[in-house]
Design a protein around this ligand. Structure first.
Ligand SMILES: NC(=O)c1ccc[n+]([C@@H]2O[C@H](COP(=O)([O-])OP(=O)(O)OC[C@H]3O[C@@H](n4cnc5c(N)ncnc54)[C@H](O)[C@@H]3O)[C@@H](O)[C@H]2O)c1
Length: 255
């Protein structure tokens, strides 16, 4: 039987200093992968590396701003120099600043789209060039239930919703082009997950309660509940899946 063992796999996670990226890194390492923990603060990444080492795993911290293609290239070169390959990429870095549509500036739009969409493209393309040489790989793009066509319009998040819809379209199109190289590309659409990103929602009790009412399971999800889906898509358990978006939302889209 195929299992979840990721021993000897090299996993590269973006936006991993906290929240879900931290959780994905910890779980990937628990499953046996060597994890490259990247984010805008090397110091914060090093703390996650320490946690992984404390649990007996292997990891490396690298500073990476996903909007900077030169930095992406340097990080990929460093991973190849150290480990010789990249098996798993988790495109997870993201921002979610709330602002009404009519007040959004071009700078606001570019800030969100550059990180949440262009950053995923730049990182995935650079990593795919290495995976093609290996003729194997798994790319996991973190989208959101706010990806469009699902009845989940998010107030004050036009730019964010546009970016997450883009992630799903990009995932499907990338999957087509990379399938001949045995590289699988899938997305995960989380519902509301307990991380620093949702603190503005938690500060507004009415907004939080309105959101909880739409979730059949009646609670927000934990970061680890999304990391479990990451593990599945990173492992051979999902060997016949590519171009899919896995929804993990406590039933929100079912209502
Ligand atoms: N929390 C939720 O409810 C929720 C729901 C659906 C999707 N998501 C998505 O999950 C992903 C993780 O978010 P989270 O909830 O853990 O939030 P978070 O704010 O805790 O984590 C996001 C991480 O991205 C990093 N980041 C921001 N800009 C970056 C850049 N330019 N380069 C590299 N890293 C950068 C941040 O430093 C941070 O560590 C995001 O893509 C987010 O959109 C979150």
């Amino acid at each position: 039987m195929t299992d979840l063992n990721l021993k000897d796999k090299i996993a590269f996670v973006t936006g991993a200093r906290r929240g879900m990226g931290r959780s994905h890194s910890l779980l990937l390492a628990k499953a046996g992968a060597k994890v490259i923990v990247t984010d805008i603060s090397q110091e914060d990444c090093q703390r996650v590396v320490q946690e992984i080492q404390n649990q007996g795993g292997e990891a490396m911290a690298l500073k990476l701003d996903v909007t900077d293609s030169v930095e992406i290239d340097e990080v990929v070169k460093k991973i190849i120099e150290t480990y010789g390959k990249i098996d798993i990429l988790v495109n997870n870095a993201g921002v979610c600043p709330f602002k009404p549509f009519l007040e959004l500036t071009e700078e606001d739009w570019d800030f969100v789209l550059n990180i949440n969409l262009k950053g995923y493209f730049l990182t995935a393309q650079r990593v795919a060039k290495e995976m093609i040489k290996q003729k194997s790989g798994a790319i996991i793009n973190i989208a959101s239930v706010a990806m469009g066509q699902q009845g989940v319009g998010m107030l004050d998040l036009v730019h964010y919703c546009a970016s997450k819809g883009g992630v799903v379209g990009m995932t499907e199109a990338m999957a087509l082009e990379l399938a001949p190289y045995n590289i699988r590309v899938n997305a995960i659409a989380p519902g509301v997950i307990e991380t620093p990103m949702i603190s503005p929602i938690k500060q507004n009790e009415d907004q939080l309660n309105a959101m909880l009412k739409r979730i059949p399971m009646g609670r927000v999800g934990s970061a680890e509940e999304i990391s479990n889906a990451v593990l599945f898509l990173a492992s051979d358990l999902s060997s016949y899946m590519t171009g899919s978006t896995v929804v993990v939302d406590g039933g929100w889209l079912a209502c």
